[in-house]
Every structure is written in structure tokens, then in C-alpha cells.
Write a protein that binds this ligand. Structure first.
Ligand code: FPP
Length: 308
């Protein structure tokens, strides 16, 4: 039975709930989705300066056309999220300090931005520093913060050229003042760019994000602006860090680990997951293509049934 028909027979309450559970691409007709599938990946990528860091091994350029599963699933996720894991092991394998791994990881983030922009990804979220990462040695935290400042000093002109807007997700207010300044400047400088949003999850924890949303809602309730029974899933969503950003469609974790590590716990409820053994600094174009290919074959049902 066709999805439209099934929907018509459902009680009104379910149809209302569906509004929030069905992705925009699902709501579009199959023809629109097919056209989107054909046109994706076709923007040519510029050759990247892979030798800049001397350690950059990731490939760059255009992402080749991926196939779909015939059910209208887009080949390119609108919102891709990446856990940039494996920097430490990458460095260890080369007898380098962990900070060298993070540096190579930051270089690879720049490559990923370009590849995702070329592929037509609209939102790219990367896990740069978690609320749990404060447990690392002071020297490593310091190196990560310095790298973070350097990244924007060095690469903002390139991000501008690529039309990439920079946004942050996380407890930014609790970061050192110089880092808060960098975040503010990067956001303000990039506000008019509209090809892709690069969202840096910085001092981010999924549980912390939900707690701060609950606090904001509890405050509204305590001031009599809302009743407890008015709280819906949408109320939580509206109080997350970036309520206008759609849920991630695909979450990638390289480095052989297969867990979420407190990343996008609310937003990722229906995300497709893809894991790779490649360490983050080596995660290049071919891995991205593999992930997108696998994604295009997934049958996303959002708790419902397939269209067939
Ligand atoms: C996890 O790998 C990675 C991090 C905690 C840091 C990620 C940060 C970057 C890639 C660069 C900085 C970001 C920006 C925005 C410039 P790990 O060190 O835990 O790796 P391991 O599991 O091999 O030890």
C-alpha cells in the first residue's frame, strides 16, 4: 500500500505527530527525490592541497555519484555528523605526540568540509571537544584549544570561499574567554554564507544539552508561562542548542569504535549509523563515498513501514 493511502486512514493524532517524525525529503514526492539523487555529487571539487600538513593522507575532490536503493532514499545526507575519533592512535602509530594526531585531524576536517560542500551536504556537525574531554591531561586540552584557535585563523578564508557558515553547539559559555571570542568571531564573520553550515560541537555533551533544555523549560513552567502538560517532544527540541538545524541523517564514526559517546543523543534518534576502521586523520574521500553509498541503500522507516 502506498504511504499516502496509509496516512489517510490513520487517526488524526498520529498524522499530527508524523509532522515531526518524517523527514522533509520523505514528505517530498518520489519524482523530486529522484531528481535530487541524479543531481547530487555533480559539482566538481577543486584539488585540495593535501600536502599542507605533511601528514595529510585523505583524498579530496568531487564525490562520485552514488546509487540509491530505488526507494527514493537520497544518496547524500542533508545533515551529516562525524565523530572525529582516532587521532591519538594515528599519532601513536607514527611515534608522534597525541597533539600531532589532533593537528592531522584538524587538517582532515578542512578536507571533509570541502568534500561535503561539493557533495551537497547542507549541514555538517563535527564532534570537536566533549564535556567529558576535560578529563584529559591539561597539556592535551591546551593543545586542542590552541589548534582550535589556529584552525579559524588559518582556514576561515577558505571556508569563506567555499560558502561555509560556522556555528557552534555546546556549552560555549563555560569555555575560556579567548575561545568564546574565537567562536563569536567565526560565527559573526560567516553569517551570510549559505552553501553549508559547519557546526562544531565544542564542550558538547548530549546529556548536558538535554539537561539545559529541561532547565529552560522548567523555568518557563515555574514562571507560569507553560503548564507541565504542554511539554511535548517539540518543546524539548525548541530548547536544544540549535533548534533550527534538522536532525542528522547519518552519523559516521571512524577508528573502529562503535558507540555514540554522548553525541547528539536527542537529535540522532533516527540517524543512520556508519562505522569504519580508518582512523580519523586518514578518513578521506573514498571512505566518505563508501559511507554515502551505504546510506543510499538504507531503508529509513522512522518507525513506520516501507513504501512498497
Ligand atoms: C578523538 O580522538 C578526538 C578528539 C577528542 C578531538 C577532535 C579534534 C580535532 C580533530 C581537531 C580540532 C577541531 C577543530 C574544530 C579545529 P582521540 O584523541 O580520542 O583518539 P584515540 O581514541 O585514538 O586516542
Amino acid at each position: 500500500m502506498k504511504l499516502g493511502k496509509r496516512r489517510a486512514n490513520r487517526p488524526a493524532l498520529l498524522s499530527k505527530t508524523e509532522k515531526f517524525m518524517v523527514s522533509p525529503s520523505q514528505r517530498k514526492g518520489p519524482l523530486v527525490r529522484a531528481i535530487r539523487n541524479l543531481s547530487m555529487f555533480l559539482r566538481p571539487g577543486k584539488k585540495d592541497d593535501a600536502s599542507r600538513s605533511g601528514s595529510q593522507t585523505a583524498q579530496t575532490g568531487a564525490v562520485s555519484t552514488a546509487t540509491g536503493n530505488g526507494s527514493g532514499q537520497s544518496s547524500v545526507p542533508k545533515h551529516l555528523a562525524v565523530i572525529m575519533d582516532g587521532n591519538g592512535r594515528w599519532a601513536k602509530g607514527r611515534h608522534l605526540p597525541r597533539s600531532a594526531g589532533h593537528r592531522a585531524g584538524a587538517e582532515n576536517l578542512k578536507v571533509l568540509c570541502r568534500n561535503c560542500g561539493n557533495a551537497g551536504v547542507r549541514y555538517l556537525t563535527v564532534y570537536a571537544f566533549s564535556t567529558e574531554n576535560w578529563a584529559r591531561p591539561e597539556s592535551e586540552i591546551q593543545a586542542l584549544m590552541e589548534l582550535f584557535v589556529e584552525f579559524f585563523e588559518r582556514y576561515d578564508p577558505e571556508l569563506a570561499q567555499e560558502g561555509i557558515r560556522v556555528r557552534f553547539s555546546g556549552d560555549i559559555g563555560a569555555l575560556p574567554e579567548n575561545i568564546r571570542e574565537v567562536c563569536k568571531r567565526a560565527e559573526e564573520n560567516s553569517i551570510g554564507r549559505d552553501r553549508m553550515d559547519l557546526i562544531i560541537a565544542m564542550n558538547y555533551g548530549g546529556r548536558h544539552e538535554i539537561v539545559q533544555a529541561c532547565r529552560k523549560i522548567a523555568d518557563q513552567v515555574s514562571r507560569g508561562l507553560m503548564k507541565p502538560e504542554d511539554i511535548q517532544e517539540e518543546t524539548i527540541r525548541e530548547n536544544l542548542y540549535l533548534p533550527d538545524v534538522p536532525d542528522p541523517d547519518l552519523i559516521i564514526r571512524p577508528s573502529g569504535e562503535q558507540r555514540m559517546s554522548n553525541f547528539l543523543l536527542w537529535e540522532g534518534a533516527y540517524a543512520e549509523l556508519w562505522f569504519s576502521n580508518t582512523l580519523w586523520p586518514d578518513f578521506g574521500l573514498s571512505e566518505l563515498q563508501d559511507a554515502f553509498r551505504a546510506y543510499s541503500l538504507r531503508d529509513r522507516r522512522f518507525g513506520g513501514l516501507s513504501e512498497e
